[in-house]
Design a protein around this ligand. Structure first.
Ligand code: XMP
Ligand code: MG
Length: 193
């Protein structure tokens, strides 16, 4: 057995062809974004809404990085899905369960996404939140596959530009697999065909 390391280095899963964003890189970027959000939302009593299931890991790390804690910050989750089950193409209609216990009206909303692909999910979510009377809707995504955008939408905050590959880990899944990997990697095509 070798010497102990100061930081944990994850073993690469056999189904992952390449690690795009390591645990360490994701952590550093998340801390940076948290500080930026803390400053931008300091006076806004933000309501932070994470989209399930994919954003749950990012949300957990991001909200703890929002330091100092803005007065009145609250958080909730909602479920949005642009495809169903074992698909990697996102061809299905967007279906949303948007039932927030916390009233939206008059609030400054920060929507937290794992990844933006065509942009249809986020566009629909923003429209619905505005129609429920949000004072403002800002968006933060960990990953942006901007090459695949089909609607005119840019996130207000983004962690990383993502190449046009199917990626998993750090909350992102294929058919509910791989969400628990602590890094973001490209899934070998033979694992989904
Ligand atoms: P749209 O196209 O509406 O969809 O922006 C965003 C949603 O698509 C899913 N998505 C992925 N999920 N690896 C994943 O695990 C990927 O590479 C990927 N690309 C898109 C994701 O659910 C996201 O919320
Ligand atoms: Mg997914």
């Amino acid at each position: 057995t070798g010497a102990r390391r100061a930081t944990v280095v994850s073993n690469q899963h056999k189904d992952i062809s390449v690690i795009l964003f390591s645990e360490k890189v994701v952590k550093e970027r998340t801390l940076e974004m948290g500080r930026e959000l803390a400053a931008d939302f300091a006076e806004k009593q933000p309501l932070i809404i994470g989209t399930l299931n994919g954003a749950f890991v990012f949300m957990a790390d991001l909200v703890r990085a929002i330091d100092p804690l803005p007065d009145g910050l609250q958080m909730d989750f909602l479920r949005a899905s642009s495809y169903i089950g074992a698909s990697t193409t996102g061809e299905e209609a967007v279906s949303l369960g948007l039932v927030s216990k916390v009233p939206i009206s008059g609030r400054h909303i920060l929507l937290v996404e794992d990844i933006i692909d065509t942009g249809k999910t986020l566009q629909e979510l923003c429209a619905r939140l505005k129609s429920q009377g949000a004072a403002s809707v800002s968006t933060v995504t960990l990953l942006d596959k901007s090459a695949r955008r089909q609607v005119d939408l840019q996130p207000d905050y983004k962690g990383f530009e993502c190449p046009d590959e199917f990626v998993v880990g750090y909350g992102l899944d294929y058919n509910e697999h791989y969400r628990s990997l602590p890094y973001i990697g490209v899934l070998r095509p033979e694992c989904y065909s």
